[in-house]
Design a protein. Sequence first.
Length: 118
Amino acid sequence: MDGVDTAPEEALMPVVYRVDKFHVPEAVRDEFWGHVRRTHEILRHQHGFLDDTLLEQHSGPGRFNAVTIVRWSSEDDLPAARAAAEAGHRAAGFTPADFFARTGIEADVANYVATTAG
């Protein structure tokens, strides 16, 4: 071998972690989780979906009391997954921004990759 990496480009793409953190008022907790579970059921059937975790704060002073994490095989999988989730929301007559505004839910969402630092 000549030391040249001939692996397909997609094999070099890092796994992407979609991490969504929410501050959910107790009064809308059950409704919130119902919407989350419906959305994640859609996501679980999308290309590139690896796994997901739904977390609820057990203790500690943090202000976010609900966290969802979805692992995707690559960044390339995200646009189609987003479109599928949006189509599912439309079919259900659900508009997340309106729901958050009506209920006072605060969200902090971002995509992450594993760090190579340190």
